[in-house]
Write a protein that binds this ligand. Structure first.
Ligand SMILES: [Zn+2]
Length: 107
């Protein structure tokens, strides 16, 4: 049969959806139906986006990153390496800072 095409994927989804819709089982398959609906929408959105990019002679799978995503922020998500405890309020702060940002105590 070879590799399935996107069109075949869409047809498969639609078949699954109509099979589910024809069975009355008290909303047990509601979640599955929603999944299939979303997958179908994604498949169509993908198809449309691909077509647009192909028409504009843009390689569809390569996306330029024009905007930095918020999640791509600084990689050091953990606590700073050299944190010290404030002598007066017990707050943790970076030793390099030289003072407690909570109470202003200097070290
Ligand atoms: Zn403090």
């Amino acid at each position: 049969m070879g590799q399935p095409t996107l069109e075949e994927f869409r047809r498969w989804l639609q078949t699954e959806i109509s099979a589910l819709e024809s069975t009355e089982n008290g909303g047990v398959e509601e979640e599955r139906l929603l999944q299939l609906d979303i997958a179908l929408q994604e498949a169509m959105a993908f198809s449309a986006a691909w077509k647009l990019r192909a028409e504009a002679s843009v390689k569809p799978t390569i996306r330029e990153r024009s905007v930095r995503l918020v999640s791509d922020g600084p990689q050091n998500q953990g606590p700073p390496a050299n944190t010290v405890k404030c002598n007066s309020c017990d707050a943790d702060f970076d030793e390099d800072l030289g003072f407690c940002p909570v109470c202003g105590e200097t070290r």
